[in-house]
Design a protein around this ligand. Structure first.
Ligand SMILES: [Zn+2]
Ligand SMILES: [Zn+2]
Length: 230
């Protein structure tokens, strides 16, 4: 299934993509599934990790700040997201990305004041990985946010160097794996909303942010659908 097939499917589908029961018109998933998702209600302003205190940032960010300036993830990486992302990364069920992208855009725009000086960018895939999978899931999130916000998109960030898959690597191996895989082509926006699907160690977002800042970006918001709670 390619991206245009996904959009055709979406136009004709009025059932909840998670439970297959009829859903309310216009909503990406039914209200029951929506209320069962695990919300990241209180999160660190810098890295989006769930917080249990009233502080605005976590202890880890106080000791060593991420390269990006702020972060937001509306959901926690808990059921049903791990199994859905596992399928999507194998090229299956890409239509699930539609409701995820809608939810991400809706929650971001309702909880952040829209600043039209920002430009949206996706964490890119290596071109060969993208051909194998047939789509970059993060691009779908980028398009949804652009449609709903009116903000522009930049594709100046590239991933010319192939890295090992992060899943299955230990934390130190992940950080080493992502030392310099991202490069910039042309000029970069000064203010960037950098989108990825899952925020885990932050290694991917930091590596991409480092490339953007070296190329001249001044402010970066790392926006992901979900956050692992560690
Ligand atoms: Zn449902
Ligand atoms: Zn933090």
């Amino acid at each position: 299934m390619n991206i245009s097939d996904v959009y055709k499917w979406l136009l004709n589908n009025q059932f909840c993509p998670l439970c297959d029961l009829p859903k309310e018109d216009g909503s990406p998933i039914c209200s029951s599934c929506n209320s069962n998702l695990h919300r990241n209600a209180k999160q660190c302003r810098r890295c989006a990790i769930p917080l249990t205190t009233d502080a605005s940032t976590c202890d880890s960010c106080k000791n060593q700040s991420p390269v990006f300036d702020q972060a937001f993830a509306p959901l926690l990486y808990r059921f049903p997201l791990p199994s859905l992302f596992h399928q999507i990364k194998q090229g299956k069920n890409p239509e699930q990305l539609n409701w995820m992208g809608e939810l991400l855009a809706d929650e971001f725009l309702s909880r952040w004041e829209l600043d039209n000086r920002f430009t949206i960018m996706a964490i890119p895939m290596h071109p060969i990985d993208q051909v194998i999978r047939g789509f970059n899931q993060t691009e779908i999130f980028v398009k949804k946010l652009a449609q709903k916000s009116g903000l522009g998109i930049s594709r100046a960030l590239k991933k010319p160097i192939k890295t090992k898959h992060q899943a299955g690597l230990k934390r130190t191996e992940r950080l080493k794996n992502l030392e310099l895989p991202y490069q910039v082509c042309g000029t970069v926006p000064e203010r960037v909303i950098l989108i990825d699907d899952i925020h885990t160690t932050g290694a991917t977002l930091n590596a991409a942010s480092r490339a953007l800042k070296l190329a001249g970006s001044k402010e970066i918001i790392a926006l992901t659908l979900c956050r692992t709670p560690y």
